[in-house]
Design a protein around this ligand. Structure first.
Ligand SMILES: Cc1cc2nc3c(=O)[nH]c(=O)nc-3n(C[C@H](O)[C@H](O)[C@H](O)COP(=O)(O)O)c2cc1C
Length: 488
């Protein structure tokens, strides 16, 4: 009625529209649904393809887009935290491939599917353990964890050196402390239905906890490490005793400097001082041996020492002596360095802290070779420092490392780093017609300290000859004395 009063044109328009609406539904649906179906299918397909692409850790987007964007838009520490959050969320990418049999490695008689691990310091509080295993690492090392929570040094405390493929950090052990990290390790266990024989809860893998000291603990106390062994022993495959962080806070450096001046301790090397090292290694191995066998792993954890690359040959030889006399199972060589090679060009090169990445590879390799020559083949070395490619990893194996760890390379090349290193390694090993295990065995056999052969019955050893010579020298001295007196 209203329409009629407004005039015939409006009424006609309304009639036309009503007509449209009153058309049977079956005649409209095909027109709209065909279009919608095309759009929906395209959307679902492209989203699905993108998800598949994103979830593959090898995808170029991770190496060439997401990782550089993170590096250029966020400061180093925020970028690090973001990466941990993504891997913690379960939405991180994955290594989609099985490990080639050429990569099979062995540590302490245990088979490991590949020789590449993520080094300590990336997942300091054990938040992203499974996200990291999913990226293909066979060894995930969390920590350093300190007994009490502590904030670490003030920010900024991590610096990119992109021109040098390096990083400098002076984190100073920020840690949520033993109780939080332990709760996380416990909470992980029920998520895995199957029975597992290791704390990694995955076949042929290792979960390691790296133990650190609280800033306010006495410099020469071993208590924090012993507590760490007792706390994490039942929940880990390997415990790492980290005596090599260069980020000792100012107060500790002053205390240590005083001791150094008194000839007792070295400012940098702290616990690497022989006497303290003996005390530490005895303390931690005793604490480990006193642990009941773990319900999770049916064994006790292996104990591994982590060293600095800044030790000279004499110090490494000294440390090797202490290690040989202890029940330590292996050594990681190395942590970051306080040295600054002259070829560094990045603006951040003079920041205080530990340098990692490509520039430290020569230092770490040198320390590893030296230590290899002072330790018997029965003590495996784990190489860490400047590993970015399969060729780098192989260089470490040829220097006598049984296994390698990556950190800075992972920061620069992103989530596909582990997979790429493994693929490159397979190519190199195929070229040389060998396997990782064979390369390691050859190098370790050739470069390790050779056992001193036991003398055959009746055979004279060098020690015996020296002692006889010393006795003879004593007799000669006495004779000379008598002759002098007689002549006087
Ligand atoms: C940012 C950062 C934090 C680190 N934090 C720790 C740590 O808490 N404990 C430790 O033992 N090593 C720590 N490291 C040393 C690494 O585990 C590794 O041994 C070292 O960086 C050498 O390897 P890369 O050249 O592959 O980084 C840290 C390294 C970086 C770069």
């Amino acid at each position: 009625m209203l329409a009629l009063r407004r005039g015939p044109r409006l009424a006609q328009a309304l009639h036309t529209r009503r007509g449209a609406f009153s058309r049977p539904l079956s005649t409209q649906v095909p027109r709209y649904s065909a279009k919608t179906a095309v759009y929906t299918t395209a959307f679902v397909l492209s989203t699905g393809l993108f998800v598949v692409y994103y979830l593959d850790a090898r995808s170029a987007i991770h190496q060439y887009v997401l990782t550089p964007v993170l590096r250029y838009t966020l400061d180093a520490e925020t970028g690090h935290k973001f990466a941990v959050k993504v891997l913690k969320s379960g939405l991180g990418p994955r290594d989609p491939c099985f490990d080639d049999t050429r990569l099979k490695s062995e540590l302490w008689g245990q088979e490991i599917s590949n020789p590449v691990g993520i080094a300590a310091g990336f997942d300091k509080d054990g938040e992203a353990i499974d996200g990291l295993f999913n990226l293909g690492f066979s060894w995930v090392e969390i920590g350093s964890v300190t007994p009490k929570p502590q904030p670490g040094n003030p920010r900024p405390r991590v610096f990119h050196l992109p021109e040098d493929s390096g990083l400098i950090n002076r984190y100073g052990f920020p840690s949520q402390g033993h109780p939080s990290v332990l709760a996380r390790l416990r909470a992980r266990i029920p998520l895995f239905q199957k029975e597992h024989e290791n704390a990694a809860l995955r076949p042929a893998s290792i979960l390691a906890v790296n133990l650190g000291k609280n800033k306010d603990s006495p410099a020469d106390s071993i208590e924090d490490f012993v507590t760490g062994v007792r706390t994490f022993g039942p929940f880990s495959d390997v415990l790492v005793v980290n005596v090599s962080s260069p980020n000792t806070p100012g107060l500790r450096q002053v205390q240590m400097l005083h001791k150094y001046i008194r000839g007792l301790i070295d400012i940098r090397r702290g616990l690497q001082n022989r006497e303290l090292l003996e005390k530490l290694l005895t303390g931690v191995t005793q604490a480990r041996d006193e642990l009941p066998v773990s319900e999770l792993t049916s064994r006790r954890p292996k104990l591994v020492l982590k060293l600095s690359p800044d030790l000279d040959e004499a110090q490494l030889a000294d440390i090797a002596e202490v290690i040989k006399e202890s029940a330590i199972d292996g050594v990681i060589v190395s942590n970051t360095t306080i040295q600054r090679p002259t070829h560094l060009t990045a603006v951040n090169k003079s920041e205080v802290g530990g340098l990692s990445g490509a520039p430290i590879k020569p230092y770490s390799l040198k320390a590893l070779r030296t230590l290899r020559s002072h330790l018997p083949a029965s003590i495996p070395l784990i190489g860490s420092g400047g590993i970015f490619t399969g060729a780098d990893a192989l260089e470490y194996a040829k220097a006598g490392a049984s296994f390698v760890q990556v950190y800075t390379g992972f920061g620069y090349n992103g989530v596909g780093t582990c997979r790429r290193i493994k693929d490159q390694l397979v190519v190199e090993l195929e070229k040389e017609g060998t396997t990782w295990a064979q390369v390691v065995k050859k190098a370790v056999d050739e470069l390790s300290l050779k056992p001193v052969p036991k003398p055959e019955p009746g055979e004279v050893t060098i020690d015996q000859l020296i002692s006889e010579a010393q006795q003879l020298q004593g007799l000669l001295d006495k004779l000379e004395e008598k002759m002098d007196r007689g002549g006087a």
